[in-house]
Design a protein around this ligand. Structure first.
Ligand SMILES: [Zn+2]
Length: 591
């Protein structure tokens, strides 16, 4: 029996409360320190999960043991004789993949939200007894997790309540747990059992989804080389009305999606929403290698109390974003045309934010904690996404390697090298490690490429690189309606400015985020009329706009802009050499 044991029970699903009892056989002689992480790996923001601990007490046998709070997430239990039992309640009402969620329909938790770390025992194995809620209403509930079952008499059976185990605290918090009456679908990829667990009302063409996922998973396993780095993999999917999110773990992923993203029974075509969902699954699955095992040195080990800084998220998130859609086309799940549309969207997304001219992807990575994860109304003017631009850096690197080596070397070789040098060994990737791996596999000098692409803010030379593989990149305007240079949100019938883009018509006139638009040339602006009103004007026209700011009516003279030419289109080049066509086939062809 382990010296550290957790027992977690959904004691009041209707009040969203888990109870956790933590038994420590040999607490530290000078007082036992206990803490909850401030963040969860994969989501780079301080979230201070300890704020959801509602009450906590400790005993040794019959006697109460005083607990002293030392900082926002750490407690010290006073020295005691014998074993220590700490009992606490955790409020779980965060409908995301990052924390914990419990109601009368299901329970979900990440260990980082519910399991106190026992200082000094982080590297020791522990047991986790997962209990069902009391009452007949819950008798059909099951458990889905990749925590290993403990074995023995009290050990949980697959998908059952009972005792599970983890080899360390790091492992304990890397296997999220779902409980409830979920749907379970199974398939094998390269012989490895995979499960798809879907919570929430849904109707789904499960056979199609499993068949598509199988192809994507097998392509990824073969990219890095068999065997897969896990014995079993679980996709935990929470289907809701409107939601989106994913978080990677070592042998599972937690996903949040709209139920309409899932393929409907009988639907023949692939919807954009379903393609997006497959992209999300592919993204999190790729993380099983890239970030869960090939990790930045800054994450080895994680320090869960404070921010962990690295300038490399463009490689761990950006390269993963590049491969998520690439895996779909190369496994044959989507067509090459569809892939080029998705790639065009990523280029458009990057081009639409002037933040790309101010922040490098390396800076964006470093400041993820205070910028990318805490975006405000100024985000497009100040921040570049290390996901989207990072994917373009991957594209630029891949095409550079392929064209310069005439097809002999690609980013796939870089990923396999990283896997061999850092994934299998567990040795973190130093801050210059991506460049070094790319130089090692290609024999090319790439310092200038990396400096410009990851530390610089100039646009990447994608038109030239795409041309080398027989593709043309062109930009066009999205329609002909003149624009204000804003993002808006509808608040009932009112139109509110949510973002005002740098140097745009609205910003030049003095309009600000938060302003509620009232009228354009004395005609009322509503959610449905704004576009019509703008359509009747031309770029260059000056219009009068009334808006409320702090409930004060204000008037602005706005000179309308032409729609920006920022929508990327990627398609076959009119004239492409045979060599370029061959490179394209190698890049996007099946296999
Ligand atoms: Zn990711």
């Amino acid at each position: 029996m382990s010296a550290v044991r957790y027992r977690i029970t959904p004691i009041h699903p209707e009040a969203h409360l888990f109870e956790v009892e933590l038994d420590i056989d040999k607490p530290a002689a000078d007082g036992q320190l206990l803490s909850l992480p401030a963040w969860i790996p994969g989501s780079y923001m301080i979230r201070e999960f300890a704020r959801h601990i509602v009450r906590i007490d400790a005993r040794d046998g019959v006697r109460a043991v005083p607990l002293t709070k030392l900082d926002k997430h750490t407690w010290r239990a006073a020295p005691c004789d014998g074993a220590l039992r700490v009992r606490y309640e955790v409020y779980a009402w965060d409908l995301s993949v990052r924390a914990a969620h419990l109601d009368t329909t299901h329970g979900f938790f990440n260990g980082s939200s519910v399991f106190l770390m026992v200082h000094g025992c982080e590297q020791q194995p522990c047991e986790i007894d997962i209990r069902p809620p009391a009452g007949r209403a819950y008798k059909e509930w099951r458990v889905a997790t990749t925590l290993p079952e403990a074995g023995g008499r009290s050990g949980a059976k697959r998908h059952g309540f009972g005792v599970y185990r983890a080899a360390s605290y790091d492992e304990l918090i890397d296997h999220p747990v779902e409980m409830g009456e979920f749907a379970l679908y199974e398939f094998k990829a390269c012989g490895v059992p995979h499960e798809l667990v879907v919570t929430g009302r849904h109707d789904i063409d499960a056979a199609r989804l499993c068949a598509d996922l199988k192809r994507v998973c097998e392509w990824q396993i073969r990219l890095f080389g068999e065997p897969a780095p896990f014995e079993r993999y679980v996709f935990l999917v929470m289907a809701v009305g409107d939601g989106y999110g994913g978080l990677e773990h070592r042998s599972s992923t937690a996903l949040l999606c709209s139920r309409n993203d899932l393929p409907a029974p009988g639907a023949a075509a692939m919807s954009d929403a379903y393609r997006g969902f497959l992209g999300l699954c592919s993204h999190e699955y790729f993380h099983s290698w890239n970030v869960k095992r090939i990790k930045p040195a800054a994450f080895v080990p994680y320090d869960l109390r404070v921010e962990n800084y690295t300038r490399l998220l463009w490689a761990f998130e950006g390269f993963t974003s590049y491969y998520d859609d690439l895996a779909l086309v190369r496994s044959g799940v989507i067509t090459q045309d569809d892939y080029l549309k998705l790639l065009g969207k990523t280029v458009t997304q990057v081009m639409r934010g002037s933040g790309r001219l101010k922040q490098s992807v390396a800076d964006s990575s470093f400041d993820a904690w205070i910028k990318y994860y805490r975006q405000d109304e100024n985000a497009p003017n100040a921040i570049v996404s290390y996901y989207a631009k990072g994917a373009l850096v991957a594209l630029a690197l891949d095409l550079t390697l392929r064209s310069k080596s005439r097809g002999a070397v690609s980013l796939d070789d870089v990923m396999r090298r990283l896997w061999a040098d850092h994934g299998l060994s567990g040795q973190g990737v130093p801050e210059d490690g991506i460049r070094r791996a790319a130089e090692a596999v290609s024999g090319m000098k790439l310092k200038r490429f990396f400096d410009e692409a990851t530390e610089g803010t100039d646009d990447l030379p994608l038109d030239r690189l795409l041309h080398a593989v027989g593709l043309d990149l062109a930009f066009e305007a999205a329609g002909s309606t003149p624009v204000l240079g804003v993002k808006t949100a509808n608040d009932g019938d009112n139109v509110k400015l949510t973002q005002v883009l740098d140097h745009g018509a609205a910003q030049r006139a003095g309009l600000s985020a938060g302003d509620v638009l009232v009228a354009l040339d004395n005609l009322r602006i509503t959610a449905s009329s704004l576009d019509t009103l703008l359509k009747r004007r031309n770029a260059g026209d000056e219009v009068k706009i009334h808006a409320f700011r702090r409930d004060e009516l204000m008037k602005f003279r706005v000179r309308l802009d032409a729609p920006p030419v920022d929508q990327a289109k990627i398609g076959p080049a009119v004239r492409a050499s045979a060599a370029a066509k061959e490179l394209l086939k190698q890049w996007l062809g099946r296999g």
